[in-house]
Design a protein around this ligand. Structure first.
Ligand SMILES: [Zn+2]
Length: 129
């Protein structure tokens, strides 16, 4: 039984690690892809050992595969933590912005300073017309 717990842990760790990417969703569905073909052989072995057909094992394995996928999908859908790089002049969030001027206050910053979260330079006056 511990191998089922470890396998579920492995699948869910992969789904969480690669969350919000195609790899995370592949980990969630891939967990069931390896379990579903193994259900019939496992039930057959249990049938040979027990002497009677353990139909409850089918329910167990299908519920296990369903839980693998559902929890894996939930973990793969969790948001990633975004890095926060606020403008030092006005506090406007600069993450994901490709320009070198704060769109809120006009403060200039270098790409390196922005990615490191360093201080933005003072706002630059508007150019004369
Ligand atoms: Zn700003």
């Amino acid at each position: 039984m511990i191998i089922f717990s470890l396998y579920a842990l492995l699948v869910w760790c992969g789904a969480y690690h690669w969350r919000r990417s195609w790899r995370g969703f592949c980990a969630a569905f891939g967990g069931a892809v390896f379990v579903l073909p193994a259900i019939d052989p496992l039930v057959y072995v249990a049938w040979l050992l027990a002497g009677e057909r353990p139909t409850w094992l089918f329910a167990f394995f299908y519920a296990y595969a369903g839980a693998l996928v559902l929890v894996g999908l939930m973990l793969a859908s969790l948001p990633r933590r975004e890095e926060v790089h606020p403008c030092d002049s006005c506090g406007y969030e600069l993450a994901g912005i490709d320009v070198r001027v704060c769109p809120e206050c006009g403060g200039r910053f270098t790409r390196r300073a922005r990615s490191a979260g360093h201080r933005a330079s003072a706002p630059r006056p508007a150019p004369p017309r």
